[in-house]
Design a protein around this ligand. Structure first.
Ligand SMILES: NC(=O)C1=CN([C@@H]2O[C@H](COP(=O)(O)OP(=O)(O)OC[C@H]3O[C@@H](n4cnc5c(N)ncnc54)[C@H](OP(=O)(O)O)[C@@H]3O)[C@@H](O)[C@H]2O)C=CC1
Ligand SMILES: CC(=O)C(=O)O
Ligand SMILES: [Mg+2]
Length: 394
């Protein structure tokens, strides 16, 4: 069933309501069985529990059967790129990480625990997760800034024998691909013909560029805070330099104005802003995905004056392009089949599954399903599980 629940948005949300609903945090733990009697205690605690611990000590893989870790996702952040708020630190990132855990629980039925780290040092982050490995079954890296996020994700994947994914990279890229598939169908266009401009060359921007290139879009131009990521720039880190060699086929130079004139798609993952006249300079039938949270690069009402399709990352406008459509189902599918890695095919399969949920009812204001659509996570999980099996990582 699709739940749009428009009635819940008719009353404006007040600051008081937001803060009150966060008092004490958004999470708690529940017991699988009650602890009411001496018998209950003797089984769940001492002496009964000792038998289970002895069994696991003798046969370590039993930990998957007799503890909650097997399907527990650690949501891990250092607070360095929290939404579009920037480096606000570990403590301030916690409401977002509790939110991600709430989404795991609500949409995929997965237990999840936020872990925020009081360090930005990649060695310390990787080492901490190696030490914590017995406590969880998967790692969702969240809101870790580029370029450190690329090295951290690679090293954590190498070090841990469980599914690991940086959500801001791949969760975002999966949903952007799904949304673009929906948008081109609505506009009766082809993905491969699009001229795409990505504003942001960080975690989300690099991963979105990679997935769009992999899916056959040849004309991708990426912007960072200094302008077009191009091969003649001498100030690029290794990830941007690599991207420069694979994007910008028309060898554009300059900034957003030069990139957006005559473009078909604006994809904002920058936490910056984009002027209305630049959106107006795009081709007719433009697609504008202003995905920065909480403030889109351009207000959707303004973008709609010039664009055929407009989307944001927020829950209070139509077309919410947000990694929440991906990560619950991706991890559920990977854990369902005991996948040790999350492959590129699993990500593409997730995008196709999200798209397929919306495919029958596509419209300019419905290019992706709502995160509240309870068909999404199961469809993503099934597609991801099948792709994991096909890729031999299950
Ligand atoms: N809707 C969704 O699902 C998601 C949305 N996002 C949003 O994307 C944004 C970026 O997140 P993330 O990639 O994790 O952050 P990062 O810190 O990894 O990257 C930010 C990038 O944006 C660039 N940037 C900053 N200002 C501008 C500007 N004015 N014009 C062009 N580029 C600019 C930075 O440039 P430089 O390299 O020069 O510093 C950097 O490359 C956030 O607002 C976040 O909320 C992210 C993930 C998911
Ligand atoms: C949605 C999300 O993960 C972000 O904006 O960072
Ligand atoms: Mg994020």
């Amino acid at each position: 069933m699709t739940s749009t629940d428009e009635s819940s948005m008719t009353t404006p949300i007040t600051d008081e309501e937001i803060f009150l609903s966060h008092v004490g945090g958004k999470l708690s733990t529940e017991l699988q069985s009650p602890l009411n009697t001496q018998r209950d205690l003797s089984i769940a605690y001492t002496p009964g529990v000792a038998q289970v611990s002895r069994a696991i000590a003798a046969q370590p893989e039993l930990v998957d059967r007799y503890t909650w870790t097997n399907r527990l996702v650690a949501v891990v952040s250092d607070g360095s790129a929290v939404l579009g708020l920037g480096d606000i630190g570990a403590r301030a990132s916690l409401p977002v990480m509790e939110g991600k855990s709430a989404l795991f629980r609500s949409f995929a039925g997965l237990n999840s625990i936020p872990i925020v780290l009081d360090t930005n040092d990649p060695d310390e982050i990787v080492e901490t997760l190696i030490r914590l490995r017995p406590s969880f079954g998967a790692v969702n890296l969240e809101d870790i800034s580029a370029p450190r996020c690329f090295e951290i994700e690679r090293r954590v994947i190498e070090a841990l024998d469980c599914p690991v994914m940086h959500d801001d990279q791949h969760g975002t890229a999966i949903v952007v691909l799904a949304a673009l598939k929906g948008a081109v169908k609505v506009l009766d266009r082809e993905l491969a013909d699009l001229k795409v401009v990505i504003s942001g060359a960080g975690a989300a921007g690099v991963a979105c560029a990679n997935i769009l290139l992999a899916c056959g879009i040849g004309d991708v131009v990426v912007l960072d805070s200094k302008g077009i990521v191009a091969t003649d720039r001498t100030d690029l880190n290794e990830f941007k330099a690599d991207l420069a060699g694979r994007t910008n086929p028309r060898a554009l130079t300059g900034g957003a104005a030069e990139a957006l004139a005559g473009a078909d798609v604006f994809l904002g993952v920058s936490a910056g802003t984009i002027a209305e006249e630049l959106i107006a300079s795009m081709n007719d039938g433009a697609i504008v995905f202003a995905l920065s949270n909480p403030d889109p690069e351009i207000h959707p009402d303004v973008a709609r004056k010039h664009a055929a399709i407009v989307a944001t990352g927020r829950s209070d406008f139509p077309n919410q392009i947000n990694n929440v459509l991906a990560f619950p189902g991706v991890f559920a599918g990977a854990l369902d089949v005991g996948a040790r890695r999350i492959t590129e095919n699993m990500k593409i399969a997730a995008a196709e599954a999200i798209h397929s949920v919306a495919a029958a009812a596509l419209a300019p204001d419905y290019i992706v399903p709502s995160p509240l659509d309870d068909r999404v996570a199961p469809a993503v999980a099934k597609a991801v599980a099948e792709a994991a099996q096909a890729d031999g990582v299950a």
